[in-house]
Design a protein. Structure first.
Lengths: 288, 258
């Protein structure tokens, strides 16, 4: 028994750098030798999928890229999945960005989709700018931008990301404000993002909306799903993996879930042994 | 693979591994990566804000094509009409910039006061509507509705509704400080602490998951950059950083912390 206690105490006092290396290996090894683990859909993801699937075909939808490279691994797979799902259903996509680097994320996502080919080497999505999608671009101002979009989109966007006048673009005909969209989706990594879209976009206009967020935000955003202010939610990388499974296009999120799971096992292991070591040390200190 | 793509991969690998090197200890590679990140971010946001907002939306409205101020020689054609009201935000913006001179720093207060007032007004409505009223409405559930199942893992049930109501009330009561938290009231608020602890635990779990996801993303990129297409950028940078850091560590031994 004393031998076991000594091992636990040694594990509890291990150098933090050893833990970093072990977590690094737990993430790296499954990425180098892909392991397939089952992905089970959670109710919020299914609700999210159904919400997008139930938009009447060939609608106009607003997709906001509210993240940057720092949170790309979590949000990007969601946004690529959402674009795929929406394009499959024939929707016209209007892309806005509340983050300055969101525009590059949007360009990357569009490139990924346009480069996609089926086994016969034919493009999966034959999409054209100004017909199937328009990149409105980034505007600074956070909630003020959303408020502006809710009242008059053309006051916020006079030109699109390419510098073309909004008034001259045929796809913009009939679009005055957020009420002219059938659906709003925000892929959000923080401020400005989901919270601002709910408060100043979805709630005041009544346009149905949903969101994909980083794991860190999930606890704060989930009450909006409970109230129906958001139609489902994609929660971090697991949410993205579940959605990839639902749209039947396995991607980078599903690949990352094995690494995620192994890293969690290492972390749980150290939390358990760290606590055991703490209590054992306390008991020994009391004895002597 | 183009030269710019390969160069980009080498820079990305260097900056990523430079940041990771902090896990060993604070070092010059980490400092370089950190300072580059802060500098580039600030410059990028300033430049993009000017070209996407100030240039088309402010100058475009004050100096439109054939507008009344065209005689100044400044004309910006963004399909806007002249709007004199936009002089006001421009003036406030200039006043905030002038505050770098100490004798004029009072001027910044006007701009800040305007911004704070607008933000307070905007946020007050948003929070009240979306975070207070809608959440209160959602917490008002029919506990003993005959149509609900007694227990369900997902969705509405009598048990879940009881947990929702008791959890909300006890957690709120914990923050009620006008009555001493003793006796039955104390036991009820203690229950509130347990609910809060469960919530914090879930937040911690999600935070860990988020960080691991970001690590997965960086590792994916590093694996990609370690291929021959990128001239083995990751491996090259990794060897360089390890060798240099080893040499540097011998010269700057870590001082033991108390």
């Amino acid at each position: 028994m004393k031998f076991l206690e000594d091992i636990i105490l040694r594990l509890g006092a291990v150098d933090r750098r050893v833990i970093f290396v072990l977590i690094g290996l737990a993430v790296l090894i499954p990425l180098l030798t892909p392991i397939s683990l089952p992905v089970r859909e959670t109710p919020t993801t299914v609700k999210f999928y159904d919400g997008i699937d139930n938009i009447p075909k060939n609608s106009k939808v607003l997709v906001s890229f509210d993240y940057g490279p720092s949170t790309r691994p979590e949000i990007h797979p969601m946004n690529v999945g959402v674009l795929r799902h929406m394009l499959r259903n024939g929707h016209q996509i209007y892309i806005s960005c509340l983050w300055p680097d969101g525009i590059y994320m949007a360009l990357d996502a569009l490139e990924e989709i346009t480069d996609e080919v089926n086994p016969d080497n034919v493009s999966t999505f034959d999409i054209k700018e100004y017909e199937d999608y328009i990149l409105l671009g980034y505007r600074p101002g956070a909630e003020a931008v959303i408020k502006g979009l809710a009242s008059d989109l053309r006051k916020v966007y006079t030109v699109d990301a390419n510098g073309n006048f909004i008034d001259d673009i045929e796809m913009m005909d009939g679009i005055k404000n957020l009420n002219d969209f059938a659906y709003i989706y925000s892929g959000s990594a923080g401020y400005p993002g989901t919270f601002e879209w709910v408060k100043y976009g979805g709630d005041p206009t009544g346009v149905p909306m949903s969101s994909g967020t980083t794991s860190v935000q999930v606890n704060e955003v989930i009450p909006y799903v409970q109230t129906g202010q958001l139609i489902g939610l994609l929660a971090g990388m697991p949410g993205a993996a579940e959605y990839e499974k639902l749209i039947n296009v396995p991607g980078i999120a599903i690949q990352g879930m094995a690494a995620q799971s192994f890293a969690h096992i290492v972390i749980v292991f150290f939390i358990v042994f760290g606590n055991l070591a703490f209590f054992l040390k306390q008991r020994r200190d009391r004895k002597y | 693979m183009s030269f710019s793509a390969i160069l980009g991969a080498w820079i990305a690998a260097f900056l990523t591994l430079g940041i990771f090197s902090y896990l060993y200890r604070d070092n010059p590679f980490y400092k370089i990566a950190e300072h580059v990140f802060v500098g580039v971010s600030a410059a990028y946001v300033a430049a993009i804000s000017f070209w996407t907002q100030i240039y088309p939306n402010l100058f475009g409205r004050l100096f439109p094509k054939d507008g009344p101020l065209a005689f100044t020689g400044l004309e910006f054609d963004f399909n806007h009409e002249f709007n004199i009201l936009y002089l006001f935000p421009m003036l406030l913006g200039i006043m905030m910039l002038i505050s770098v001179f100490q004798q004029f720093n009072w001027m910044a207060r006007w701009g800040i006061a305007y911004t704070v007032a607008i933000a307070a007004g905007l946020k007050a409505f948003g929070y009240l509507n979306s975070n207070v009223l809608n959440q209160v409405k959602a917490s008002s559930v029919d506990i003993f509705s005959g149509s609900l199942p007694l227990f369900s893992l997902n969705g509405d049930s009598v048990f879940n509704n009881i947990v929702l109501v008791v959890g909300t009330l006890s957690a709120l009561m914990y923050f009620y400080f006008s009555k001493e938290q003793t006796g039955n009231f104390g036991r009820f608020t203690r229950l509130g602490i347990y609910f809060l602890m469960v919530s914090f635990g879930a937040s911690f779990g999600f935070a860990v998951m988020g960080r691991i996801s970001l690590l997965v993303g960086r590792f994916n990129d590093l694996i990609e950059y370690s291929s021959a297409d990128y001239n083995y950028a990751t491996l090259g940078v990794l060897v360089f950083i390890i060798v240099t850091l080893g040499f540097w560590s011998f010269q700057n031994p870590e001082r033991k912390e108390n």
